[in-house]
Design a protein around this ligand. Structure first.
Ligand code: G6P
Length: 468
């Protein structure tokens, strides 16, 4: 692992995460294009701002980022670590996004089974090196007694490692994912399960998005490490909400209006719209969502020609074969539905795969129904953003396995994500909901969704650390 570039900063507030706020794409003409990082974690952390005494330590993720480092291009307040690409790939793709992501989202199912062999052990060593590199960089750049907020499953070992290097620091760890039930977590080899838990408990505060994930974690810690594991430890719950001010302003810019015009043309006059926006991710359950929509068209023919499903499924983690296969399956099922039911003037599923934030916001504003049906999800910010942005009210079909369920269940139509028939019924009820009821529910959803905006979410954690 190469050393981070020397920087004089000794920061008072540090954030550490695999993905940073900006990543760079390298164009064919050699130009670097800066893009905002995707996913809920980056959205929440943007509240750090770019104060003179704060530093966000993240990893260079691809050729564009590495080229930016070579050219000395960067953002103020952001330190990108230049990891050996093999170490990064093993830590990020093979351990974090395969094993740990799959454990916490319960994605292992025959024939997709966990494999803990010699290759796994080699990759685990890379994961350790990766975590050590972050711990060293944080230790080098933190002022005396600084607060360090470490993010997510990529960096589960960092709190423990950093505590050894710098006992003076206040360390928090935040998991943006669910936490697995103890029996499932214990699929992991015993020594690794222990190491992960001890790593996280190296933090002064180990935090989660909901009480449910926090309880699962404490249960694991007690089962794996014993009754005393939690003595003197603080487990926090901070439910991240949507940023109403930002979303309202951003969704009323001209580029969003342009996208709305284009989408309206694709939808056609007088039709209802079911919207989903996700990274193409197994846990998001996109295929079952499409199958539920197909069942709706099949069993309730009155909706044919009268509804369009806008499915935005943005490529994610394409280095991994299971993600590539899942992406292909999403496309295949969408095509099948269009072949089976489509007519000259009606395309039942409009699938967009090119990530375009303005177009996502345009769809949020137009949606009559939002479909958010993950198998499991730490929070799911889309469920919270749509009610805030919606122009005329939007009925929310929501999985009971999303963290957002705890805050939004009262005004959503909730589903078991595995139940395709139940989801098809919920889509029908959502599409049939009277306009005034939809609007009232949307207003209440928006209020619940914005209860803890990102700035507050971030400051609460910081204050809690400093109060120790
Ligand atoms: C989830 C994780 C984040 C991650 C995001 C996008 O929200 O909790 O840590 O950044 O997905 O995934 P990616 O692998 O592209 O960073």
């Amino acid at each position: 692992v190469s050393e981070p570039p020397a920087t004089p900063v000794r920061a008072q507030i540090l954030v550490a995460s695999n993905r940073g706020p900006i990543s760079y794409a390298l164009g064919e003409d050699g130009a670097l294009d800066a893009r905002r990082g995707g996913g809920g974690m980056v959205s929440g952390l943007s509240a750090i701002g770019s104060g003179a005494d704060s530093l966000w330590v993240c990893s260079a993720l691809g050729d564009g980022d590495r080229e930016a480092l070579r050219r000395g291009v960067g953002e103020p307040g952001v330190l990108m670590l230049d990891m050996d690409p093999d170490i990064h790939s093993a830590a990020y793709n093979d351990i974090a996004n395969s094993v740990l992501w799959f454990i916490h989202h319960l994605l292992y199912q025959t024939p997709l089974e966990p494999v803990f062999d010699a290759d796994f052990r080699r990759r685990w060593s890379a994961y350790e090196s990766y975590n050590r590199a972050f711990a060293r960089a944080l230790a080098d750049h933190a002022a005396d007694g600084a607060a360090v907020l470490v993010q997510d499953y990529h960096l589960a070992l960092v709190p423990g490692l950093l505590r050894e290097l710098r006992p003076d620091l206040r360390i928090g760890h935040f998991s943006h994912t669910p936490w697995a039930p103890a029996d499932y977590f214990r699929l992991l080899p015993d020594d690794i399960a222990e190491q992960l838990l001890r790593g996280l408990l190296g933090a002064d505060r180990t935090c989660f998005l909901t009480r449910r994930w926090a309880d699962a974690f404490t249960d694991c810690a007690v089962r794996v490490l014993g009754e005393d594991a939690l003595t003197g430890r603080r487990i926090g719950v901070h439910g991240l909400g949507a940023d109403a001010g930002f979303l309202k302003e951003r969704s009323h810019r001209p580029d969003v209006a342009e996208r709305m015009t284009a989408l309206r043309e694709q939808i056609g006059p007088g039709r209802r719209t079911v919207v989903r926006v996700d990274r193409t991710e197994l846990s998001k359950n996109i295929v079952r969502g499409l199958l539920a929509y197909r069942q709706l068209l099949d069993t309730r023919p009155e909706w044919r020609e009268r509804v369009v499903h806008l499915a935005f499924a943005y490529p994610s983690r394409q280095d991994l074969a299971v993600y590539r296969e899942y992406t292909a399956e999403v496309r295949r099922v969408a095509d099948e539905i269009n072949e089976e039911y489509g007519t000259d003037g009606w395309t039942p599923v409009v699938l967009h795969v090119k990530d375009d934030f303005a177009r996502s916001l345009a769809a949020y504003r137009l949606a009559d129904v939002a479909l958010v049906n993950p198998i499991r999800d730490g929070m799911n910010l889309v469920a919270k953003e749509i009610p805030v942005v919606s122009d005329e009210g939007c009925a929310l079909v929501l999985s009971r396995e999303a963290g957002a369920y705890e805050e939004l269940a009262a005004d959503a139509l909730t589903v078991n994500p595995y139940d395709i028939t139940g989801t098809a019924d919920a889509l029908h009820r959502a599409l049939s909901m009277p306009a005034d009821e939809r609007l009232r529910r949307t207003e209440r959803l928006a209020a619940a969704a914005t209860a803890l905006p990102p700035q507050r979410w971030f400051l609460d954690q910081l204050e809690a650390l400093r109060a120790l």
